[in-house]
Each structure stands twice: as structure tokens, then as C-alpha cells.
Ligand binder design. Structure first.
Ligand code: CAA
Length: 377
């Protein structure tokens, strides 16, 4: 698809902030693992922390295509910051938008959309990852509260977030039908932010363990109906996966740009290395893969904006974009040789950052489960 004038303008605005503010800090963020608060603030100033949120709740009220176009630019500059933006906009805000009551939207969306509060989504547990139905965190009724007990792990934005979407079971004997979603605020008694994961890539995006120790959540904070938690998680992830696809396209583009520019100035045997067919064809393959991944991503976003079914296409975009991001980053390292392997240059970071896109928000094996079930039904 071709972006319309407004979508292109949004992409350019995001690209501008990304180049001027976010890219210069990317290596520092990677090195220090510091949460990129300044980048989140810069995104918030441009409306990118509440991209699809209606204006009445303080958001930019843009479409999904604009969101993914902006996210690609941000992720091209810094995948950690792209991850903050993706999880905040897709995984934390969307379930409130789609399943929240009017009161919940009024209470939580304005502070999320302005970026004053960061959002997170907590489904995964130490004993449950791909098999999302096995959530062991429990929610027991106690007067006007639900009392949560359990542990979550690998929670993106976890140490920075103020508003969390939590999945817990009201009745484990009901399996999937016992799962319910809750909006939980960071300061709720019994809510504990635990261990910070030290990761291979996206090192500045915070990834933590969460514990619920008799955490008392007001009944008014239940999101959706009893037993609707699994559906809320799945519907949210369907959308969120388009964001991860865009993030992967951004990382791949950054690696490709670095390798292409290097190949034009690096001379060996008396000519730039790009004059060798081996390098030229590698760059051509990178360009083909990136454009194909971008089009799959835009297509899934366009289907969502048109109100059509998009879950399968989102899974396809996420799988393809993340697989090519890893391959393109690997190829970029190879084109740049020793310099590619050196931490002086960005492509080794991009390779580390690319890898997570094949894992989070559903591994690519799970995406293939989703796709194969859809095409075989
Ligand atoms: N939309 C709506 N409903 C859906 C759905 C969807 N996309 N997918 C499934 N459902 C419904 C089904 O219709 C079914 O409902 P009924 O019982 O009423 O028929 C019910 O959910 C159960 O569906 P399945 O039988 O397909 O469930 P399953 O146990 O076989 O699991 C799965 C399906 C696709 C493998 C799922 O478990 C899954 O997506 N796993 C991956 C989880 C994941 O992505 N985790 C990432 C966590 S977040 C993260 O990574 C990072 C972060 O910080 C954000």
C-alpha cells in the first residue's frame, strides 16, 4: 500500500524526532540499560504515547497504519524505545480502549495517552509462556476487592509502568474460562516489582518480574467480563503483533542502511566493496525482504483500520518481519566484517535487538500455530 498524505506526514514527524532525539542516545541506552525516559517524553510530546486513543481521552486519534509507520521510524532509531512505545500503545492502552467501561477509560486513558503514566501488560508467568491458558495467578473475591496472588515474568515496561493489565484466574478449575483481566495500579498494596532481567538486546526497555502478595484490587478495576480474560489477551495480542512487525521492519531498515552506506565507502582491491556482486546482491535481498515485510505490516494495519479480520495477517507480518530482521541484521554484520562485529558500530546491537522480535508477543512458532489453524480450518 501507499501511505496517504496524513500517514506520510506522521511517519516523517516520527522520523524527525527519531533522528534528532532518539538515535543519538541508542548506544548509550544499550550500554547502560537505563530506561529511556527522555525518549518516552519526546514521543509523548508528539502524541506518540496515545496514537490511536480518541481525542476526548487526550490521544492523537490516528489510525493503525499511522501508528505502525511512526513505530517503524522510532524503532529504526532505537529498538528499546520502540518496545516501550509498542507495548504502551498496543498491549496496555488497547485492551482498555476495547474492553474498558466509560469510567475506566476516563480514569486511565488520559494519563496513558499523555505519557504521564507508562503502561504494561502482564500475562506471562514462570510456568506459562506460549501456553497462555495456564495462568496460575489467582483472583479471589473479598467484599469490594479481588485479592491477587501469583507471579508474572518478562514484563516489558515493568519497572517504569504505573498502569498494568493483569491476567488472573478466578477459578482454575474452569481453565481458560476462569481467566479475567484487571487494571492494576503500581501503588496497590501487595503489588511488588521484582527482578530486572539482564537481556541480550533491547537492553534499555525494562523487563521485570512482578509478584502479587494478597494484592487488593478494587472490583471496579476488573476489565471486561468474568472469564473474558483469555479473549482479551488474544484480541490484544492480535493487534500488538502488528506493532512488533513494524518494530522489526525498523530494526532491519537500520541494519540495511548502515551496511549499504558502509559498502559504498569501504574500498578493497581498489574499488568500493558494493561494486562486488556478492555485496550488491546481498543488499538487494535485504531491500526486497524489508519492503515485503513493510507491506505485510501495512496490510495487516489497513485491514484492522477497515474493521476487517486481521489476526492471521498480523501473525504473518510479525513472523515474516521478525525473521527477516534477524537475517538482515546478520547480513549487515557480514557486509561490514570486523567493523560489523565491533561495538563501535550499530549493527551488532541491531542483531541483538532483532532477535527478541522472533520471541516476544508470541514466539514465531506460536504465530505459525495461529496461521496454520486459520488456513486449515
Ligand atoms: N481472538 C479472539 N478469541 C480467540 C483468539 C483470538 N485471536 N484466539 C483464541 N481465541 C478464543 C478461541 O475462540 C477459544 O474460544 P472458545 O473456547 O469460546 O471457542 C479460546 O480462545 C481458546 O482458544 P484456543 O483453543 O485456540 O486456545 P489455545 O490454548 O490452543 O491457545 C494460542 C492458542 C494461540 C497458542 C495462545 O495460547 C497464544 O497466543 N499463545 C501465545 C501467548 C503470547 O503471545 N504471549 C506473549 C505475552 S506478551 C509479551 O510477549 C511481551 C509483553 O510484555 C507485552
Amino acid at each position: 500500500m501507499i501511505l496517504n498524505e496524513e500517514q506520510l506526514a506522521i511517519k516523517n514527524i516520527a522520523g524527525d524526532v527519531a533522528k534528532k532525539v532518539i538515535a543519538p542516545m541508542a548506544a548509550h541506552c544499550d550500554e547502560t540499560e537505563e530506561f529511556p525516559w527522555d525518549n518516552a517524553k519526546a514521543l509523548a510530546d508528539m502524541g506518540f504515547m496515545g496514537v490511536v486513543v480518541p481525542e476526548k481521552f487526550g490521544g492523537a486519534e490516528l489510525d493503525t497504519v499511522s501508528y505502525v509507520a511512526a513505530l517503524e521510524e522510532v524503532s529504526k532509531a532505537c529498538a528499546s524505545t520502540g518496545t516501550v512505545m509498542a507495548v504502551h500503545n498496543s498491549a496496555a492502552i488497547l485492551p482498555i480502549l476495547m474492553f474498558g467501561t466509560e469510567e475506566q477509560k476516563e480514569k486511565y486513558l488520559p494519563s496513558l495517552a499523555s505519557g504521564e503514566v507508562v503502561g504494561a501488560f502482564a500475562l506471562t508467568e514462570p510456568g506459562e509462556g506460549s501456553d497462555a491458558a495456564q495462568v496460575a495467578t489467582t483472583a479471589k473475591e473479598d467484599g469490594e476487592y479481588y485479592v491477587l496472588n501469583g507471579t508474572k515474568c518478562f514484563i516489558t515496561n515493568g519497572s517504569a509502568a504505573g498502569t498494568f493489565i493483569i491476567f488472573a484466574s478466578k477459578d482454575r478449575s474452569l481453565g481458560i474460562k476462569g481467566l479475567t483481566a484487571f487494571i492494576v495500579e503500581k501503588d496497590t498494596p501487595g503489588f511488588i516489582v521484582g527482578k530486572h532481567e539482564k537481556k541480550m538486546g533491547i537492553r534499555a526497555s525494562s523487563t521485570v518480574e512482578l509478584a502479587f502478595d494478597n494484592c487488593r484490587v478494587p472490583k471496579a478495576n476488573q476489565l471486561g467480563k468474568d472469564g473474558e480474560g483469555f479473549k482479551i489477551a488474544m484480541v490484544t495480542l492480535d493487534s500488538a503483533r502488528i506493532g512488533i512487525a513494524a518494530l522489526a521492519v525498523g530494526v532491519a531498515s537500520a541494519a540495511y542502511d548502515a551496511a549499504r552506506e558502509y559498502s559504498k565507502v569501504r574500498e578493497q582491491f581498489g574499488k568500493p566493496i558494493c561494486a562486488n556482486q556478492a555485496i550488491g546482491f546481498t543488499l538487494a535481498d535485504m531491500a526486497i525482504q524489508i519492503e515485503a515485510a513493510r507491506q505485510l505490516t501495512y496490510h495487516a494495519a489497513e485491514l484492522k483500520d477497515a474493521g476487517k479480520s486481521f489476526g492471521t495477517e498480523a501473525a504473518m507480518a510479525k513472523t515474516f518481519a521478525s525473521d527477516i530482521a534477524v537475517q538482515v541484521a546478520l547480513d549487515a554484520v557480514q557486509v561490514m566484517g570486523g567493523y560489523g562485529y565491533s561495538r563501535e558500530y550499530p549493527v551488532e546491537r541491531l542483531l541483538r535487538d532483532a532477535k527478541i522480535t522472533q520471541i516476544y508477543e508470541g514466539t514465531n512458532q506460536i504465530q505459525r500455530v495461529v496461521i496454520s489453524r486459520s488456513i486449515l480450518k
